[in-house]
Design a protein around this ligand. Structure first.
Ligand code: AMP
Length: 441
C-alpha cells in the first residue's frame, strides 16, 4: 500500500494515485490534505513543484464526491482561481485526472480564447471550475454561469495574482459567491499583501508551509558569465550550439527581448520560440507542446509566462537577463536539477547587472563568481577550469557551427515564424493600486 494510506483518501483516489505512480505524499500534501478534509480554511506557503495542486485538488474532490452532482447539469461546487492561462490548463488537467474515477466534471476557463467556445463547454455545468479572474468575471456578469452553490474556493499562486493586479477582479468575484464556504489560499511567498488578502478571505485558517525559499537543488551547477549586453545573443547561440544543449529554457526581462532573442537564435539555425503574455492563447499552447515534445529546443520566456509551466525537469536554464528580484532567480533555476537529476543554470551578466548578481549571491548564501565565457577548441566547448582567460570576458560574435543534435531536430521542419498576433483578452489589468492598499477603506 502506498504512503498515501495514512491520509485516508477514498479507494478511487488511492487507485488513481497508484496509477499515476505517486508513491509517497509530498510534505505539502501530508500537511494540507488532512486539514482540508477536516473542513478548515487554510493558508499554505508552497511553490510550484512541491505537489501543491494535488494538496488542494485531492481533498476537494474527496469532499465534493460525497454528494454526487446532478448528471444533467452540474452546479459549480469547487472553484480554483489561478493567475495565468497556462496554470489554468495545468491545474485543470491535473484535477480532471485526479477526479476521473469519481466522475468529477472539471472545466478550465481563461481569456485569450473565444468566449462562445467556453460558454459551450459550460453547457452541462461543472463540479470544479478552474479559472482566471477576468474571464470568470465576464461570464458571471453575462449570467453564463453561477457560483451560488460554491462550497470550496481555492486561490492558487495568490502572490502572483496580486502582482498581476487582479485584486479588483477578486473583490468583484467574491460578490457572486456564498459567504459560507471553505477557502484555501496557496502562495509561493507570504508577504504583507498576501497576509492582508488572507485576513479578509479566510476564517480562522490553519497554516502550513513547505517553502524552501532561498535554496536551489544541490544538483544544479550555477555559472555566471560576464557578457556585454550587445553580445548576449551571439554568446547564447554559441553556448547552445557549441555545447549541444537540448531542451533549454531561457529567461528574458521583457516580452520584446524574448521575441528578439528567439528571432536571433532562429537566424543562427537554432529552433527557438518565444512565449509571453502578448501571444495568442493557441500559439502559447502550440509552443509549449512543441517544446515538451522536443520539436523546439529553446523556449524563450518572461517570468510571468514561465510561471506554472509544468515541465518536469530541464537540463539547462539560462538567465539571459538577470532578474532584479533575487527571489525570481531561485524560481527560475528551480526548473532544472529536479528529483536528483543534474542541471545547469547559466546566467549572462552584463556589467550593469552585477549588482543583481551580488543580491542573488547574498540571498542564496553562495558566491556566484563571474567567469569569462568558455572558449571553443576543435568546435567543442571547453568548460570549467580549463577556460582560457578572455580579457574582455566576452566572446563577441562567437559562432560555432550548429551541433548535430540541433541540426537533427530541424531536419524536415519549416523554420518557425515569429508569431505576431496580439492577444486582446485577459491581459493582466494595470497595476494601478499598490499591493499595500488592498481593501483599503
Ligand atoms: P505541482 O507543485 O502541483 O505543480 O506539482 C509538481 C509535479 O509533481 C506535477 O507534475 C505532479 O504531477 C507531481 N506530483 C505531485 N504530487 C506527487 C507525488 N506525491 N508523487 C509524485 N509526483 C507528484
Amino acid at each position: 500500500m502506498s504512503g498515501f494510506a495514512d491520509l485516508k483518501l477514498c479507494p478511487e483516489l488511492n487507485a488513481t494515485l497508484e496509477a499515476l505512480g505517486y508513491r509517497e505524499p509530498t510534505p505539502i500534501q501530508t500537511q494540507a490534505i488532512p486539514l482540508v478534509l477536516a473542513g478548515h480554511d487554510l493558508i499554505a506557503e508552497a511553490q510550484t513543484g512541491t505537489g501543491k495542486t494535488a494538496s488542494f485538488a485531492l481533498p476537494m474532490i474527496e469532499r465534493l464526491s460525497k454528494q454526487p452532482g446532478n448528471p444533467e447539469y452540474r452546479e459549480i461546487r469547487g472553484l480554483v482561481l489561478v493567475p495565468t492561462r497556462e496554470l489554468a490548463i495545468q491545474v485543470g488537467d491535473n484535477t480532471l485526472e485526479y477526479g476521473r474515477l469519481l466522475g468529477m466534471r472539471v472545466i478550465s476557463i481563461f481569456g485569450g480564447v473565444r468566449f462562445d467556445n467556453q460558454i459551450r463547454k459550460m453547457k452541462r455545468g461543472a463540479d470544479i471550475l478552474v479559472a482566471t479572474p477576468g474571464r470568470l468575471l465576464d461570464m458571471l456578469k453575462q449570467k453564463k454561469l453561477s457560483l451560488d452553490q460554491l462550497e470550496i474556493l481555492v486561490f492558487d499562486e495568490a502572490d502572483r495574482m496580486l502582482d498581476l493586479g487582479f485584486i479588483n477582479e477578486i473583490k468583484a468575484l467574491l460578490a457572486y459567491m456564498p459567504v459560507q464556504k471553505q477557502t484555501l489560499l496557496f502562495s509561493a511567498t507570504l508577504d504583507e499583501s498576501v497576509e492582508v488578502l488572507a485576513d479578509k478571505l479566510l476564517d480562522n485558517p490553519k497554516r502550513v508551509s513547505v517553502a524552501q525559499r532561498n535554496t536551489s537543488a544541490a544538483t544544479v551547477q550555477q555559472r555566471a558569465y560576464a557578457v556585454d549586453n550587445r553580445d548576449k545573443a551571439d554568446v547564447l547561440a554559441y553556448l547552445i550550439t557549441g555545447a549541444r544543449w537540448q531542451q533549454t529554457l531561457v529567461f528574458t526581462r521583457t516580452k520584446r527581448r524574448a521575441d528578439e532573442l528567439a528571432a536571433a537564435l532562429q537566424h543562427e539555425g537554432i529552433h527557438a520560440l518565444a512565449i509571453h503574455g502578448d501571444k495568442h492563447q493557441r500559439e502559447r499552447i502550440a509552443v509549449l507542446n512543441a517544446f515538451a515534445d522536443g520539436e523546439v529546443n529553446v523556449l524563450v520566456a518572461t517570468d510571468v509566462a514561465a510561471r506554472g509551466l509544468d515541465i518536469d525537469n530541464l537540463p539547462q536554464v539560462v538567465n539571459y537577463d538577470l532578474p532584479n528580484q533575487p527571489q525570481d532567480y531561485v524560481h527560475r533555476i528551480g526548473r532544472t536539477g529536479r528529483a536528483g537529476q543534474k542541471g545547469l543554470a547559466v546566467s549572462l551578466v552584463a556589467p550593469e547587472e552585477r549588482r543583481f548578481l551580488q543580491a542573488i549571491s547574498e540571498l542564496i548564501n553562495k558566491p556566484l563568481q563571474l567567469q569569462p565565457v568558455p572558449v571553443a577548441e576543435n568546435g567543442k566547448l571547453i568548460d570549467g577550469k580549463a577556460l582560457q582567460e578572455n580579457s574582455s570576458g566576452v566572446r563577441s560574435k562567437a559562432k560555432a557551427k550548429p551541433g548535430k543534435t540541433v541540426k537533427k531536430a530541424q531536419q524536415g521542419k519549416p523554420q518557425p515564424q515569429t508569431p505576431s498576433r496580439k492577444e486582446t483578452q485577459e491581459k493582466a489589468p494595470a497595476r494601478s493600486a499598490g499591493r499595500r492598499s488592498l481593501f483599503s477603506k
